[in-house]
Design a binder for this molecule. Structure first.
Ligand code: UT7
Length: 339
């Protein structure tokens, strides 16, 4: 039987304990706390211990167990795992399979999705559709990243490497018949992409679109295995697309920006969030930011924002939450949620 809607039953997060301040990075490359804070709002990020065998599925496991507890859900009740990451444990198979095994589950389908900073909202939309059609009642949605091991931590890569942090966020999404008094549910999700900008932010290798072998010493020397970004282009599109899509999502529901209790935007740069808030004339106290502490954790950013907002007492049942995200692809997406 199909469900009226889906709702977020609980969230959990995990970040590795080791904190790298901007000062710490200035010992690895030619950068400064002043530059990073002024240009991005980032003060620190969490990175895994580079000597340990830690992949995103390990961070995801810890976040998932917390989400299951918050959702009062037994892991055996999970019928689908959706894993959003751009830094998977391995080229294949997907990190969802690694997570499924670490959770001790078998037979549960595990789906990896690759929409980068938009991954969690894309995943929420997929979970929402599966639940509304009655295919599954409980879905585990995870966004997890280990960026640190694929960043060029030298001056050559400083425009990108100072921006990213490691971490994981998970949510248990469940069916609701719509009878909850607070109306808790996923109200809408909207997904977008524009692949003409795919190479504005990407990792070229390893890939199979090369002539010849994918992995060569020359490509290692060229830094093709590290992310490359045309920062200004990404910046401009992020501001424009997040503002436009959020406005459209609100209009579609007959809502005004002032009806929203909390805004959770993707955290790539504090200046992007400020620009979107300015354009939509949002009061600063309705926009919840985490970039100063966690930097850009890509697919983990939105669930980390949700969890931190709950812990800070800023996100409570019954609130109207608006999410907007933008990332590589380009991909972008919105979600309106009655919490
Ligand atoms: O998560 C996916 C979405 N990602 C984004 O949305 C990121 C969007 N882009 C941005 O956030 C910004 O473009 C950046 C933070 C990446 C860069 O900020 P910017 O204000 O666009 O700086 P810039 O690239 O124009 O660089 C200004 C200067 C350059 O030096 P010159 O050419 O003016 O001498 C850079 O070489 O800053 C230099 N620079 C740095 N200096 C110290 C670049 N990175 C660094 C660094 N430390 N880490």
């Amino acid at each position: 039987m199909s469900a009226a809607a889906s709702r977020i039953l609980g969230v959990g997060t995990y970040v590795p304990p080791r904190v790298w301040s901007n000062h710490d990075l200035s010992r690895l490359m030619d950068t400064s706390d002043e530059w990073i804070q002024q240009r991005t709002g980032i003060k620190q990020r969490h990175w895994v211990d580079l000597n340990e065998e830690t992949g995103p599925s390990d961070l995801a496991l810890k976040a998932s167990l917390k989400a299951l507890e918050a959702a009062k859900t037994k892991k055996e009740e999970i019928e689908l795992i959706i894993f959003a990451t751009l830094s998977p444990d391995a080229f294949f198979p997907g990190s969802g399979c690694f997570l499924q095994a670490k959770l001790g589950l078998t037979d549960v389908p595990a789906l990896d999705i690759r929409q980068q900073c938009s991954g969690f909202i894309y995943g929420l939309s997929i979970a929402d559709q599966f639940i509304k059609t009655g295919t599954y009642k409980k879905v585990l949605l995870v966004g997890a990243e280990v960026h640190s091991k694929v960043l060029d931590r030298t001056t050559r890569g400083r425009d990108v490497s100072v921006l990213f942090g490691d971490g994981a966020g998970a949510a248990v999404i469940g069916a609701t018949d719509g009878s909850a008094k607070d109306g808790s549910r996923v109200i809408s999700t909207h997904l977008y992409a524009d692949g003409t900008h795919a190479k504005e932010l990407w990792i070229k290798a390893p890939g199979t679109a090369y002539a010849g072998d994918s992995i060569t010493h020359e490509r290692v020397d060229e830094g093709d295995f590290f992310p490359k970004m045309n920062g200004k282009t990404v910046f401009v599109h992020a501001c424009k697309k997040m503002s436009e899509s959020l406005t459209r999502a609100l209009e579609q529901q007959g809502l005004r920006p002032s009806d929203v209790d909390l805004y959770l935007f993707h955290q790539a740069n504090a200046r992007i969030t400020e620009a979107v808030a300015k354009q939509l004339e949002l009061p600063a106290d309705k926009v919840f930011n985490t970039i100063d502490r966690f930097a850009n954790t890509t697919a983990a950013t939105i669930p980390i924002g949700m969890d931190e907002a709950i812990k800070a007492g800023r996100l409570k049942p019954g609130m109207l939450v608006a999410c907007a995200v933008f990332g590589a692809g380009f991909t972008w997406a919105t979600a309106l949620i009655r919490w």
